[in-house]
Every structure is written in C-alpha cells, then in structure tokens.
Design a protein around this ligand. Sequence first.
Ligand code: SF4
Length: 372
Amino acid sequence: MADRQNLCDLTQPELGLLVAELGEPPYRARQIFAAIHRRRSRSFDEMSDLPKDMRLKLNQTATVSTLKLESRYLSTDGTRRYLFKTYDNLPVETVFIPEERRDTICFSSQSGCPLQCTFCLTAQLGLLRNLAAGEIVEQIIVALNDAYGSGVKTPRGTNLVGMGAGEPFLNFEALMKAIRIMAEPKGLRIVPRRVTVSTAGVVPRIRELATIPDRPNLAISLAAPTDELRDELMPINKKWPLRELLSACKDFERSLKRGERFTFEYVMLDGVNDSDEHARQLANLLNRYELRPKVNLIPHNPAEPLPYRPSPSERVEAFREILESKGVHTFVRKPRGRDIFAACGQLAARSGADFPGPLSNLRRTRVESLTV
Ligand code: SF4
C-alpha cells in the first residue's frame, strides 16, 4: 500500500484536488467522500455510483482500507477489542464499548508509545510509529461497521476517546486532522465535542489546544499528586513537572466554552498512590491552582508482568470521599473489557496465546467471519 494514497487520510478539499488530477469533475470528490465516511465503504468496488473505469483508475493509485483486521475479541461485558496490522505490519488497537445511552470507541494515535508510564503495558512496546490521520479514521469506520453494520447511520451519536495506545499529543497534527475529517457534516459527523483526548501531560500541546476553536475535550492523566511520585510513575513529569502542567491546565480551563469538558484521570494503584494522604495532597494541589475539573478515578487494570494491583473498592471510595469533601467533583470509572485486555493500560497487542485464562473465556472472532 505504501505507494498507494489512502483516501481516508484526505479532507474533502484535498480529495477535490486528487479528483481534479485524475481529470474528473468536482462532484466525484463529494461522492467518494460520502462513500468513505457516510456509507463507510471499505473498497472502491462498493462505490457503485462511480463509473467502472474510474473505480479501476482509483484501484491502481489509491486505497480506502489500509488497516488489516487480525482479530476481534469480545468481552463478557460486551466490549470489543480490535487488533489491526498496518500496511507495514505494526499493531494498532481499538476498543468499542457499548453503553446504555451512547456507545464509545477508544482509538489509538500511535503504534506503541514512547512514554514510559510504569502502570501501562503499551509502554513496553516502545514507539513503533505515529499513525496517519487516515489510520485513526479507519479505526472508527471499522468499529462502527462492526457494531452497527456497514452503511447504517451511527445511532445515538457515538463518543470517541483518544485513550488507546500512544500519546495523542505527540502525534498532534495527524490527530487534529483526523478529528476534522470525522466532523465533516457530509461524512461521519462526529463533532469534536463528542471526542475526548487524553494526554500524559505534553504541556506545549495543552497550551496550543487552548487556542483552537473547534477542539476535542481534554483529559489529563495525573496518577500522582506530587512530583516525587509522578516522576516515578510517569517519567514525562521530569520534562514537564506538576507546576508547569497545572498552570497550563489552568490556562486551558480559562479557555473553556459552554459544553466543553475537562477532566483529570487518576489511575489507582494499590498501596502506591491511593492513601488518604495522597487524596488530600491531590485535592490541595487542584485547589491551589483553583482548578474545577472533574476527577475520574480509574482502578488499575491488572496487566502482567506489571507489578501493580488495583486499589480495593473500599479504598477507592474512601479516596473519592476525601476529594469530594474538599470540593473536587470525583467519579469512579467502571473497568470495561478487562478479560480481553481491552481496558485502560492493557493495550499491548496481546493475542489469544498471551492470555492467562482459558481461551474459552476469550471469545475470539475469526476475522473471516466479519464484514467490516
Ligand atoms: S499511559 Fe498512555 S502515554 Fe503512558 S505509556 Fe501508556 S499509552 Fe503511553
């Protein structure tokens, strides 16, 4: 594929230029864009509104499907994890989380991740490479097709979260381009307000995001209330310590418009960052910067060989109560898809053979049986 242009990577105006180069009229660009993003077609052969010779021409120079679905894993709670391979054989993972009101798709922004958060399995892959905008868009298209059927309108307005593998803000340009493409009214129509991007704390990008009018919601992965502990759990803290991170967060908070959301994520590691004292330190830290975000507590998801255990639920509750008593709005995130290695911090391109439990629990779906 390396020599063929991935059309999922193009905005509508860019597609217009490509169509003009092929000597075709501009309305063909609109047709192709609608086929890829509105009807979520995965091949030119499905685009029966294009003349046959044009489809042939496109097949020679372009593609709309570069990610190869290797496996799909189905959790007992309905969560689905997709393991793809890129054209250059690198792993990409995406998770579909069915929910009562709105379903959520968690996408990856990089293959692997260069950051070394000690509680996250993805870190062990290292950075394999940044994903292109089209590879981010394709993850959503495949997950939507699998969940609702190809060509079927997305029901209830699906939410997206950029919390899969990778640090999205280290692939900022492709991320923002993908978000623009997915927001197109003639395409997927997933507006930035429905997208939340989580960063480990890439301060210059938080500041940049604060200046962008149409932007996704922001989540910051905090994991520790002091520099000493955060240096250990999230080494990015040595580059951008808490005072720099929280002052960027304060500026971001000032830029919030109605309906925009800003959250802190706090992974809870048994006996490491979950004491009453940590809770008080966290509340004091946020209050010192007069931050008023929501805090999501995420019990750690077990991920061998990482040395951590999830905090017991009574500990999580006690932590939550302390934060609430100090005026910090706090929620506890329910883990989803733990049994298929789809939960937060567990994405490391694991396949059936890597699973500790019996394979019958895994409910792996053969790729041949999927039409996505
Ligand atoms: S938590 Fe996120 S930023 Fe940290 S290593 Fe894992 S994927 Fe990368």
